[in-house]
Structure formats: C-alpha cells, structure tokens
Design a binder for this molecule. Sequence first.
Ligand code: ASP
Ligand code: MG
Length: 411
Amino acid sequence: MALIVQKFGGTSVGNSDRLKHVAKRVAQTKLDGHDVVVTVSAMGKTTNGLVSLMAEISNNPSPRELDMLLSTGEQVSVALLAQALQELGVPALSLTGWQAGIMTEPVHGNAPILRIDATRVRELLDQGFVVVLAGFQGVSESGAITTLGRGGSDTTAVAYAAALKADFCDIYTDVDGVYTADPRVVPEARMHDEISYDEMLELASLGAKVLHPRSVEYAKHVNLFLRVRSSFNLGTGTVIKGVDQLEKRNPVSGVAADLNQAKLAILSVPDQPGTAALLFSALAEAHIDVDMIIQSVQGESTNDIAFTVAESDLMRAKSVVYDIAQKIGASGVISDADIAKVSIVGAGMINHPGTAATMFSALAEAGINIQMISTSEIKVSCVIERSRAQDAAQAIHRAFALDQEIVPTFA
Ligand code: ASP
Ligand code: MG
C-alpha cells in the first residue's frame, strides 16, 4: 500500500462528466488499496473567467481581493469531486488550502509556500478518507487567503506530497507526458519516458506549460518521484527524477520555442563601472524580468547592451530604458518584438562540447540568422526572427535526431 498524491488539471475536470471520470480513476486507486490525496484545479477556464470578472469592477484590483476571488474556483471543483467520490461509495472529504494547513508567505498572486501542517489530512487518511484538496491556494500567517501563481495547483500537489512523504505524485493533465518539443510545432516530437528535474525546470520556464516551475523545484528538493501523465488514457507518462537516476543520457532532451519575447538594445553606452548596474537595477525596480543579456566588446570607450524581456513587459521596459539612456548619454535605444527564443535543454550537454555547434549549424543550414546567444550548463538559447521559429525548432529537432529513441552520440 502506497501513499499517493494525484493532481488533475482544469481541463481534466472541465465539466461534470469529466469530474465523474476523474472520480472513477481516484476511486480505482483507493480500491487498489492506496491512501490518496487528490488535488484539483478550478474547472476549465474558470480562473480566467474570474480574472475577467474582476476586471469589470477594477483595472487595478487589490491583490487581496483578487486572491479571495480566484481561490473560489478550486473550492467549486473540490466540493464536486468529493461528492462524486461519495456517489461511488468512496469516503471522501474536501478541504481548502487553509483547512489543509498550507501556510504561505504574505504575498498575493504568487505566494511561496512556507510550511504545511498536514496533521488533519493525516488523520483523515487514517480514517480511510480520500482527501480532496483545493489546489493553488494557501493562507498567510495573518490569515489572508493567498494564491500560488497561475498553474499553481501542481505546486500544491507536489508540496503536499513532500510534506506527507508520499510514495509518489502523479500530475494528470491533457497531454500524455513531456515531449522533446511541442508536438503542434514539431510533429515528430517524441514523449520522454523520463527526464531530470533540472531539464524539466528549464523546459517549464521556457514556456513548455506542462508543469508549474515551482512544483519542479519542490520535487527536486525532496527527490520526489513525480510523474506527468494523461487523465484521458492509461499511458504511464513521463517520470521526472534526478539526473543520476536517469537510465540513459542524451545530450539534448528537448527543444523549446518561446514566441513571447522582445529584444531591447541600448547603444553606445559609456564603458565604465556602474552603467549595467544602473540599467538593470532600474528594470528590477520596475519588476521587469530580464532574460538574455549581451554586451558587445567594442574595444573603444562605448559598448552596446542588448537584452530580452517578455513581450508583455516591452512597453514598460522601453520607458525605463529611454530614461536611463538619457541619463547615461547613450546614443540610442532600439526595440524589436519580432523575435523568438529557441532553446535546447539537456542534462547531458555538459559532457558534449559539440552540442551548441550542432544547434548553430542546424540554424545555418535552414538559413536562419542568430541574433543573440546565451548558454548555461544545460541549455543553449538563440534569439532569431519570429517568423522562423517553427522552422528553427524543426531543424534543431532533426539535427539532434530527437525523434529517435536511441540518440546517436554527438561530438
Ligand atoms: N486555477 C489556477 C489557474 O488557472 C491554478 C491551476 O490551474 O493550477 O491558474
Ligand atoms: Mg491550470
């Protein structure tokens, strides 16, 4: 008998029929003799609907009231799922985040979990209940309802699994698992049987919307056996685990294309200590996340600095950068939203020095110009023209033979 945490996403509980289907799956796990905590998201697009509703009242709502509102979506789905389980003769009980002891920092909209008091949940499990736990929500020390960030039900599931020392955590979703690329972009994309926490973390933050990045961080921290699988079929999905536990190591495990990026460049910046600090502090103060940064080496008294931000932040970033440009006497600012960031991710690439070159060659052969490059131990990203993003992803996928089970060794 195992202790299992399951999570079903919004699409999986999108209507009452789907909810009943989920109830059957949960009931089966219970029937197999396991203890089950099941976390659910709000039904379908409920959370988006609530966001729009608030927008009808205010374009600058209080974060506290917004969290109060958004947390209701999950309360609807837990009540319905608990009832659906009871209809199947399975003892089940729904709990909100605060009833389940999920304490967060006092940050609205994206609250990190501080600690979990699982006493009540443990008691209920001991009494034979399936606990149906509202995802995406917690409570601060001062008693305010908080939410964990969009997509945060994954994090509820993983954090709770860690708190309970669950045997594993299954994230049921509307895709079969984690792929080598988005199958809509690269039709030959293949599902991974397993992938490392770090690769998943990179892929999640590169916009592969399979898992909430923070959930992967928590899983990594406690070495939790985490699995992504479909709620619509019986496939075993993708296991996410430590690198050292992976059976084989391909230099590259995935290609991602992010079309929500924009590029800014500040030209002929005086080459002296403090300019980059000034620029990026101002952006940080405006809560603008900067991704890739490049400073050109000119060997004279000035440099160009280029960087990328989320396209939705471009307007705000521009106004910050124009201000700074004037202050420091830069010669100009250019911006370009017509870009995409394509990246390869792979825990094995650190041992394969030819990996970046293979990626660049694939782009070159496809006639795609590289505007910016950044690398880390497990990632190489290139900024290219947006209209070529799909070609780029396909060419790179092909170059690394990611559609094949056994990946040949590269340089
Ligand atoms: N319902 C929340 C959202 O849409 C949380 C989740 O789905 O995980 O972001
Ligand atoms: Mg969701």
